[in-house]
Design a protein around this ligand. Structure first.
Ligand SMILES: NC(=O)c1ccc[n+]([C@@H]2O[C@H](COP(=O)([O-])OP(=O)(O)OC[C@H]3O[C@@H](n4cnc5c(N)ncnc54)[C@H](O)[C@@H]3O)[C@@H](O)[C@H]2O)c1
Length: 357
């Protein structure tokens, strides 16, 4: 079988990981790397692939089957449009774009041209998240009542040596919480309204390091999530799932889903329920561990992208869908800044005619 030729734009933290994933995949090969940094040139040389200073030159020179856009978020829109203009499907890292207007412009261009954009919300391909969604949709937990989650990690100070991570848009909400929000939407459906407290007290940077968020879903589910990039703890999907690329695996849980008939812990997939005889708060609960398929999320994402390129599957998350995840994060920021609850509909106002579903 002919290997699909994938170009990679941006060979920083995540772009390098994409390169490793492509080189280990039997169905793909790196067509070229575009990134002006000397380290990127050295990487391209070490992999024996062509190196370019910018995306457009690379696309015109190597005519890849697909492109991965792992550039700073502010460059996602122009990169995605460059790919679409050349008929090249792209996998654009998350957040889909820096603004909702950009995100919906990408969605519109993709829809009008028929050239797909897959957004890099990789956890949608993870066995635990897929299983949590399946369990919720199966009715096993009964009517879902509530959800609670955590993403508590301790980023090293050197992480913030990269300028864009210290600048507006570079805080833990747009970099990290966006993954958790996307999982919540994927598992439990649309979020209607948010309230939030956000703080930068611990690191003292311009960007936030810690937040506490409350969610109301369209279904009526009420949830909460706390996040911090300044806490030494095992409680994040990255560490607990064993699926993230550059984190040790420490089995624990980061997400708890509660329904009338049972509760689920993710990612250990402990399923608590009363069993066929029923019971209430003073009766013993049965604990079952639901099996996972053992696959790895980034491998699954790349395999899916290859299917998207081949035209065999629509993107699991396209630009319009990812724009809704972005809208929730921007609503969290607005809720905290204005000390009020914010409807997601308010964030989407004026954008509904421009690509929003
Ligand atoms: N899905 C994930 O797990 C995940 C993880 C980390 C980052 N991300 C996302 O990926 C994107 C990149 O993040 P990162 O942490 O890898 O950033 P980074 O700063 O480590 O890397 C970005 C790279 O882009 C290069 N670059 C900058 N401008 C360029 C241009 N005009 N043309 C070509 N190359 C250019 C830089 O030299 C750098 O090497 C962000 O949107 C981020 O949110 C996703």
């Amino acid at each position: 079988m002919q290997k699909l030729r994938i170009a990679v734009a941006g060979a920083g933290l995540i772009g390098r990981e994409h390169c490793t994933l492509i080189t280990s995949h039997p169905g793909a090969v790196i067509a070229g790397i575009a990134d002006p940094a000397p380290e990127a040139q050295a990487l391209a040389e070490s992999l024996g692939v062509p190196h370019f200073g910018d995306l457009e030159t690379m696309l015109d020179a190597v005519r890849p089957d697909g492109a991965i856009v792992a550039l700073p978020t502010g460059l996602h829109k122009s990169a995605a449009l460059s790919c679409i203009g050349r008929g090249i499907p792209s996998l654009v890292e998350k957040p889909v774009a820096a603004t909702l207007a950009d995100a919906f412009e990408m969605a519109r261009a993709s829809e009008a041209s028929g050239i797909p954009i897959l957004v890099g919300h990789h956890r949608r391909h993870s066995a635990d998240i897929r299983e949590a969604r399946r369990v919720v949709q199966s009715g096993k937990l009964g009517r879902i009542v509530t959800v609670n989650g955590m993403a508590w990690v301790d980023k090293p100070d050197r992480y913030f040596d990269v300028a864009w991570r210290r600048e507006p848009g570079g805080g833990t909400l747009l970099i990290n919480l966006i993954h958790d929000v996307d999982c919540l939407r994927f598992i439990l459906g649309e979020i209607r309204r948010v309230g939030a407290f956000v703080s930068n007290d611990v690191r003292g940077l311009d960007v936030e390091d810690t937040a506490s968020v409350s969610f109301e879903f369209d279904s009526g589910v009420l949830g909460s999530f706390t996040i911090s990039d300044a806490v030494a703890s095992p409680y994040s999907w990255e560490r607990t799932s064993g699926q993230a690329l550059y984190f040790p695996h420490q089995p624990e849980n980061y997400l708890f889903i509660g329904g009338r008939d049972g509760a689920l812990e993710v990612p250990t997939m402990e399923y608590w329920h009363h069993g066929p005889e029923g019971g209430d708060w003073q009766a013993d609960l049965t604990r079952e561990t639901l099996p996972l398929d053992g696959t790895q999320t980034y491998d699954n994402q790349l395999a899916h992208f290859l299917q998207v390129i081949a035209g065999n599957e629509p993107p699991v998350i396209d630009a319009a869908d990812a724009a809704r995840t972005l809208a929730v994060i921007l609503a969290v920021k607005r809720a905290a800044a204005e000390a009020r609850t914010v409807d997601i509909a308010e964030m989407l106002e004026g954008l509904q005619d421009s690509g929003a579903p």
